[in-house]
Every structure is written in structure tokens, then in C-alpha cells.
Design a protein around this ligand. Structure first.
Ligand SMILES: C[S@@+](CC[C@H](N)C(=O)[O-])C[C@H]1O[C@@H](n2cnc3c(N)ncnc32)[C@H](O)[C@@H]1O
Length: 232
């Protein structure tokens, strides 16, 4: 706003205030989201190398990463498993017999409200673990805050992390905890990146604190799903 004079700024402010008095709630909500997306776009420009490839679906995005790691001894970590759809997909993608798929979830749903449609407890399976049918897959049941401190990662040559816990607090905790595993070349995938208050916020803070550099590798068409690779 520095380039805009004080009078123009006051005019914009008054116009927005007047519009806020009459605009229906969805319009105000959309304007709020718009400012969040502007923030994400600016951050990507300033902090991330690369021009992400746009993929039609998250499965196509998984395939893109899978093409790089399928034949390697890959450790696939998933935070937020629910009924196991993405775990099952990755189990088919990874071909190396010594690849490992480790899924972390309370299986009691979200520990707090995420959005109006996702209350605390949403995504609960009642404690039931999904059936993956892959001996390389293992589940760590409980809150991340309880299961991660004792977790010892097995030896691996490539790392893919699927961050799908939706919430800021959960994602922030995981990133801080697994930081030593995120070496150059590691892949990080976020399932709900376009919500500026949650996964994006957690990643932005993590990048600022860790000093790690990432390239944005791919994004889905609706921009919910974004994959990064550590480059430095
Ligand atoms: C969107 S679902 C995962 C969906 C799954 N990846 C898929 O695509 O099929 C989010 C999951 O994150 C889990 N979750 C969120 N925060 C958690 C935490 N702090 N500890 C354990 N599980 C958590 C919830 O239990 C929920 O099952």
C-alpha cells in the first residue's frame, strides 16, 4: 500500500467498510479467502524455487513423485491416514521390497475443529485401522504428540512425507519433530495447502525456522494439493 496515497487508502477502506455492511456472508468469506491466497502466492514467489507442474488430480501428483522413488528403498510417512485411501495408493506405487510405509493417526478424528464442516472428531474411524494388505505398511496409532517422540525411522534412500492432518497444530508439530529426516532430496506433500491458516501456515513457519530451501514441484488444479522437494 506504500505506493497508494493516504486519501486513496482512506477511500478504499471506506468502500470496503460500506460493502461489508451490505454484502452477504459468503461474499465476505470469499474476500477473506482471497487475501489468504494472495499471501500464499506471494510466499511461494519469494521463498520457493521452481515452477510447479499442474496436475489434474492428487493421484497424478502422487504418480509424478512415484516415478522418481518407486524403485528406491523409500520411506513413505503419512500423517493423517483415516481410512487409508492414500496409503493404499502409495502401497501400489512403491515397488521396492524394502520400501516402508508408516502411517500415523489417532483414528479418533481431528483433535480440534478445522472448519465449519469439520468439527472435532471428524474423520474418526472409531479406532479401527485400515486394511492395506501390504506387509511393508505399519500403523502408529495415537496422537502424533504421543507416537512421534519414540519413533525411530528405518534406513532408507528416499523420503516421501504426506502431511494430511489438516490442522495447523498437528502439522506444525510433525514438521518440527521429523526435521532431522528431511534431508536434501526429500519430498513433502500437503493435502490442504490452500487453507492459509493451517498446513500452509505450519510450513511457512517451519521453512523460516529451519532455514531449509524447497522447490515447489507440483500442484493439483484446485491447488489443495501441493508437493515440495528440499533443494538446499
Ligand atoms: C483428512 S484425514 C486423512 C485422509 C487420508 N490421508 C486420505 O487421503 O485418505 C486427517 C486425519 O488426521 C488425523 N489427525 C489430525 N491431527 C492429528 C494428531 N495430532 N494426531 C493424530 N492424528 C491426527 C485425524 O484423525 C484424521 O484421520
Amino acid at each position: 500500500m506504500a505506493a497508494i496515497g493516504a486519501r486513496a487508502r482512506a477511500l478504499i477502506k471506506r468502500t470496503a467498510l460500506a460493502a461489508g455492511r451490505v454484502a452477504p456472508e459468503p461474499v465476505v468469506g470469499a474476500a477473506h479467502k482471497l487475501s489468504g491466497w494472495l499471501e500464499i502466492g506471494r510466499w511461494l514467489r519469494d521463498e520457493c524455487a521452481g515452477r510447479p507442474r499442474r496436475m489434474a488430480t492428487r493421484e497424478k501428483l502422487f504418480d509424478l513423485i512415484g516415478a522418481e522413488v518407486a524403485q528406491a528403498r523409500t520411506l513413505y510417512l503419512e500423517f493423517g491416514v483415516f481410512q487409508g485411501d492414500s496409503m493404499r495408493y502409495w502401497s501400489r506405487l512403491l515397488k521396492h521390497p524394502a520400501a516402508r510405509l508408516h502411517g500415523f493417526d489417532s483414528f479418533e478424528g481431528l483433535p480440534e475443529r478445522w472448519s465449519p464442516d469439520h468439527a472435532r472428531g471428524h474423520f474418526s474411524t472409531g479406532g479401527a485401522l485400515p486394511e492395506i494388505g501390504d506387509p511393508r505398511a505399519e500403523f502408529f496409532k495415537g496422537w502424533f504428540e504421543q507416537t512421534l517422540p519414540d519413533y525411530a525411522a528405518p534406513a532408507h534412500d528416499a523420503l516421501v512425507v504426506n502431511l494430511d492432518a489438516d490442522l495447523y497444530g498437528s502439522t506444525r508439530f510433525v514438521l518440527g519433530r521429523i526435521a532431522p529426516l528431511i534431508r536434501v532430496g526429500a519430498w513433502l506433500y500437503f493435502d490442504e495447502f490452500s487453507d492459509p491458516h493451517h498446513e500452509f501456515r505450519a510450513f511457512r513457519e517451519f521453512v523460516a525456522e529451519s532455514g531449509m530451501k524447497f522447490a515447489a514441484v507440483a500442484e493439483s488444479r484446485n491447488f489443495w494439493n501441493v508437493a515440495f522437494r528440499r533443494v538446499a
